[in-house]
Ligand binder design. Structure first.
Ligand code: NAD
Ligand code: UDP
Length: 415
């Protein structure tokens, strides 16, 4: 097999601008980001861009990057890195540099994944229609030449140009949002996933799909292993999400088995951190915002239902490890520490120092009673497990939610 290998030198300019997720929205950056949607996407320009960087001024390090375009992160991809140190400029490592597409890039997880891929030296094309995501999540990348944004509904076929990897994260994820966007959720889980798989097929790219613990529904096995087939109400309100995600898993496996696409999927359990949309109704964002505003924390049901909360940085570690694996069947990624919703509320009150009271409301229909991942497969296969406790993760998220409370107060004052 002929391997098209390209060797080029790229200057690392010390990461990309304004990576702080907690920063305020810069309207100029936001404007530039939206304008970048109109920028032509030319995969051939990657080399030119690298060379342009070579002409730049001060820099911190050189990276020598070996690009194995047709074999990146495929089943036969080499996984070695040669590390050498020098005096003035450091050949940091031999790295596979890729052009990747991230669908759902303006969302919570998609934007964190985009940041991590860029920090590893890759080029990222982010595709999103802003249905539940926000331009603020990508505003810090407005002047990043290795990032291109495509305002795109992925339910319509699209061509981002040659890519080496597809990360498919587009889909509403919060229960109130997927109930509001019921048909759109079913479409993005079917047509959207198929369009992303077609891109991987066309360019012989690697593929990773963001699936969910919701595939287990109201689980009759606890904790949930990947071998458990689930207990989902196919006609209940949550079915628009659960069944779309189950169909998507079947579709991903069909493209792997029938079309030979090198696919992977992760079943993500509840994840939180900075950039979780403050108003999207998920439990951590609701509790943090309510606690910081001194409002009652809304407990659905009696609060005895359980969830397991994974901090976003841990999850992204797992996603990147999984993207380089040869496992095609689903792998659970989540934190196996299980909390009741009441315990979660107490943790938020402790971390925020809030005096908010609890307000008990009706439990939504088909709200799962218990959920906790068995992560034996991820531990064994990837050597991965979360490191961040719930309290640590909430502490790290505090500044972000505080900034959102301030933004909201400022907006209210203006009106
Ligand atoms: P999010 O709502 O913050 O991000 C989803 C992004 O997808 C948004 O930016 C949205 O605008 C975009 N999108 C939705 N429909 C689209 C369409 N038709 N075309 C283009 N873009 C579209 O949610 P998230 O938490 O970042 O979730 C990302 C992915 O991870 C989803 O697929 C979700 O199902 C999965 N997931 C997340 C969690 C979690 O706890 N965060 C848990 C399980 C699974
Ligand atoms: N929940 C709650 N109060 C809220 C939001 C959510 O008690 O303000 C509960 C919800 O009923 C569920 C759990 O918290 O049992 C997690 O909800 P979330 O919407 O974050 O995610 P889910 O796991 O249900 O998809």
């Amino acid at each position: 097999m002929v391997v098209a290998a390209r060797l080029y030198v790229r200057i690392s300019v010390g990461g990309f601008k304004g990576i702080n997720a907690d920063g305020q929205v810069d309207s100029h950056q936001q404007q530039s980001l939206l304008q970048s949607a109109a920028r032509p996407i030319n995969p051939a320009s990657s080399r030119t861009r690298s060379h342009r960087l070579l002409g730049g001024g001060a820099f911190t390090a050189f990276q020598t990057s070996l690009k194995l375009r047709d074999r990146v992160w495929s089943d036969s991809a080499p996984a070695t890195a040669d590390v050498r140190r020098g005096w003035f400029w450091t050949v940091e490592h031999i790295l596979l540099v890729m052009r990747v597409v991230v669908t759902g890039a303006a969302g919570f997880l998609g934007s964190h994944l985009t940041d991590r891929l860029l920090s590893e030296g890759h080029q990222v094309v982010g595709a999103d229609n802003f249905s539940t995501g926000a331009p603020e999540n990508l505003a810090h990348l407005a002047n990043e030449p290795r990032f291109q944004f495509l305002e795109q509904d992925v339910c319509r076929p699209f061509d981002p140009g040659h890519v080496d990897y597809v990360f498919n994260f587009a889909s509403p994820a919060s229960p109130p949002e997927y109930l509001r966007l019921a048909i759109e959720t079913l479409r993005v889980g079917s047509a959207g996933v198929e369009n992303s798989l077609e891109i991987a097929l066309r360019y012989r790219a690697g593929y990773l799909h963001a699936s969910t613990s919701e595939c287990y529904g109201e689980p009759l096995e606890h904790p949930q292993t990947e071998g458990y087939w689930g207990n989902v109400n196919p006609v209940g309100p949550r079915s628009v999400y659960d069944e779309a995600k189950r169909y998507a898993e079947a579709l991903v496996m069909a493209y792997h088995r029938s079309r030979g696409v090198s696919t992977r999927m992760v079943r993500i359990f509840n994840t939180y951190g900075p950039r979780l949309q403050p108003n999207d109704g998920r439990v951590i964002s609701n509790f943090m915002m309510q606690a910081l505003k001194g409002e009652p924390l809304t407990i659905y049901g009696d609060g005895s239902q359980t969830r397991s909360f994974c901090y976003v940085d841990d999850l992204i570690d797992g996603i990147l490890l999984m993207s380089r694996s040869n496992e095609h069947l689903p792998v659970n990624l989540g934190n196996p520490d299980e909390f009741t919703v009441l315990e979660c509320a107490q943790a938020v009150l402790d971390v925020t120092g809030s005096q908010s009271v609890l307000r008990f409301l009706a439990l939504p229909e088909d709200d799962p009673t218990r959920r906790c991942p068995d992560i034996t497969k991820a531990r064994t296969l990837l050597g991965w497990e979360p490191r961040t406790t719930l309290r640590e993760g909430l502490m790290r998220s505090l500044d972000f939610f505080k900034s959102r409370v301030s933004l909201r107060s400022a907006a209210l004052e203006i009106h």
